[in-house]
Design a protein. Sequence first.
Length: 119
Amino acid sequence: MALSKRLGARLQLLQVIDTAAAAAVPLDGGHADVMESGYVHGLARRLRTEHAMDLDWEVLHGDPADSIVSYLADCQDTMLAMTTHGRSGLSQVVAGSVSHEVLHEVRCPVAVLRPADVG
């Protein structure tokens, strides 16, 4: 938020629903889209209120890394900030790393942040 304000940049929250993981969850009669967007919409509303900033949000479906890379392909003057689970070693090999894959594929600056509660 601070960097966005300092640069006078528009902030957009992006959430990717992994379709492979979502397929394992039973359908709930059509309410899945509302529930999927609920988290990012609520976060956007809270940030607007707390920081008096206008921001947008988007929910994508697909492989997380591929979806982010595709989404950013047409974006100009963009910087991506994303969080990581902080996996390393064997757990990164087994589970993969979205941030690692995105970092090597996108053509814009990327900041990878590790949340304070990880590790």
